[in-house]
Design a protein around this ligand. Sequence first.
Ligand code: SF4
Length: 222
Amino acid sequence: MDLNLFTLLGEIVVILLILLLILIAITLILGVYLIKNKKLIFPGLLLFALNLTYPVIKKILKWFQLNELLIDEISIDLINRINRDKFRTLNAKDVIMVLPHCLRAPNCPAKLGESGLECVNCGNCSIGIIKTVSDKKGIDMYIVPGSTFIKNVIKKRPFKGVIGVACPLDLNLAMMSLENYCPQGVYLLRDGCINTIVNVDEVIDLINATQPVTEYKAEDFN
Ligand code: SF4
């Protein structure tokens, strides 16, 4: 290889690095704006930049010991916004809800069935309230201990829309893999193996948004 070829390759690498830095800046600026202001601007640009930079930004956030889940939260908010209008046209009967088993109380009496935990609505955790509202609305709810159960549910039960609750990383991955099912997600406020926390009002708002629209409130079922 002569010197000119090395110079050309070097210039291409520098240009690619500059493009990557620009895309990272676009993702972080538009993404943080979305999370902080609940407003989505340039959705196509954000989606494009996020898809190309997700693994790099995750690594950078980790290196600098920053919240690496930020990029998952941005992605979840973006997918929610993109699918929101279509999700609102779906009939509740065509929507399923998937909750993580870690939301249950330590003394949960639910047994594990083929499609996950079978909540008996003992009143010891927020799943009971969500179950009451989803039953009223006609949305099938599944409490799953892992991705194998999600696959079982998807195989057995046809659906057009899905409401998911999980930690930001799992939720983002699940929403990306279910992109054809109008996914709407709420990420956990506290992560862990048991007694995790979700904003129940946000989940109920999603249930209410399906057709026919309802106005159930968590406090009505406490
Ligand atoms: S409400 Fe359901 S999931 Fe929660 S602890 Fe009781 S039985 Fe378990």
